[in-house]
Design a protein around this ligand. Structure first.
Ligand SMILES: [Zn+2]
Length: 265
């Protein structure tokens, strides 16, 4: 894979000026993921997927990830009161994304994929992208195309049935659960200690949020469902499904988009 930050600027520039150049920007979080796992899976997983997808595409690069994300929400990440979880205000995240895109556009990049790894980021990524597209229109750039995706949306029902024979609790309760733990066991086994997994029933929440949050609603482990059934083999399956699905989507979508500003690009 090609890491943007590891290129010299002239090599980078010539890649950007080569037809179809595409940049992946992983967007993650620094967030507790239970006692059995490091706090950076939301960065490392989308980055690993972006790396693998890049290997399958012509002229794609991965930009350094945004390693912080929007505030952890109790019903999807345990809550922002947890030690270690270190979050940005929503507008900080949106503006960071807008600024990075603006710089990429200044370099000549017109195709960008935002690869989200943290549920709570979603709408703030949309906002950053919307601001960036608005700004670029004001600057006369009309051919900027940006895809936003969260990798778990590429895990279809067949895979879910295969990986969760005991039943699936939904992506929001997957925080620190089977999916993320399996992926980390496959990709970064040194960052997982399965002996520390706390087996518990899926968290139960009312159909509303109260602020300030009641910390007692978050399971003591910080995970929202048990990672007991996580395995590196499941991680490998998830990785394959995501990489294949995302590669196909990116290929299909970006090959059909006309390039209007610079025939060389
Ligand atoms: Zn996570």
């Amino acid at each position: 894979m090609v890491q943007m930050a590891e290129l010299d600027w002239m090599t980078y520039q010539s890649r950007v000026n080569t037809k179809g150049c595409l940049i992946f920007l992983p967007v993650g979080a620094l967030e507790q993921h239970g006692p059995h796992m490091s706090m950076n899976p939301d960065v490392l997983i989308p980055q690993a997927i972006a790396d693998a997808v890049t290997d399958r595409l012509d002229n794609a690069m991965v930009a350094p990830p945004i390693a912080y994300g929007y505030k952890s929400q109790q019903q999807s990440g345990g809550g922002n009161h947890m030690p270690g979880t270190t979050s940005l205000d929503g507008h900080t995240l949106s503006c960071t994304i807008r600024d990075i895109i603006r710089e990429l556009v200044r370099h000549g990049v017109r195709r960008i994929v935002l690869m989200n790894g943290h549920y709570e980021n979603s709408m703030f990524i949309v906002e950053g992208v919307d601001l960036a597209i608005r700004d670029s229109h004001h600057n006369g750039v009309e051919d900027l195309n940006i895809m936003i995706l969260s990798y778990w949306d590429f895990v279809g029902d067949d895979t879910i049935k295969r990986l969760y024979p005991e039943g699936f609790t939904g992506w929001d309760l997957e925080h620190g659960g089977v999916m993320e733990t399996s992926l980390m066991m496959h990709l970064y086994p040194d960052l997982v200690d399965i002996s520390k997994i706390i087996d518990h029933e899926p968290a139960e929440f009312p159909p509303y949020d109260m602020f300030p949050v009641d910390p007692s609603l978050t399971p003591a482990s910080g995970t929202l469902s048990s990672a007991k059934n996580a395995t590196p083999e499941k991680g490998e399956i998830l990785m394959k499904v995501c990489v294949t699905g995302i590669t196909d989507a990116v290929r299909k979508k970006f090959s059909s988009i006309p390039i209007i500003s610079d025939p060389a690009r």
